[in-house]
Design a protein around this ligand. Sequence first.
Ligand code: 4NP
Length: 158
Amino acid sequence: MSVKRVMFVCLGNICRSPLAHAIFQKMVDDRNLSDLYIVQSTGTCAYHAGEQSDSRMKATAADRGVDINHRARQIFRYDLDEFDYIFAMDKNNYKDIRSLTTNEDLLKHVYMFRQFDPVECGDVPDPYYGGQKGFDTVFDIADRTCRNILDLLEEDQI
Ligand code: 4NP
């Protein structure tokens, strides 16, 4: 079995994508699939590069049993070569990721994250400027969507 390389991408890489990264990694570990997945997250901008994830996002995840331990970094062109599945948290992230290359084969690996949300498609709402409810909502979306993505990857449906 070959290793699947999965990357989640948002704007700052301090809220949404490190959450999806941590949730997905935990699901992989819990299913004893750790040798079969490389999981990473990045942001389309460098504003927060090198920083720990947002403390509100970390606290929300910790309350639900998920440990986020990540330093933000920006996505680069070479990530499109390195990762097999790249999931954008919103339409702007999707557009910005796709602007890194014109290679059609690489562009086929870029997806909207919530394309795989079993409840509703669209953007993962940015919680950065809002209150606690936004962080809880993002957790719920990321949890069910990561579960579905892992199920589909394991069934070779993505
Ligand atoms: P993220 O959230 O893209 O989910 O990490 C944001 C983090 C920082 C900013 C915006 C969104 N910011 O404007 O600094």
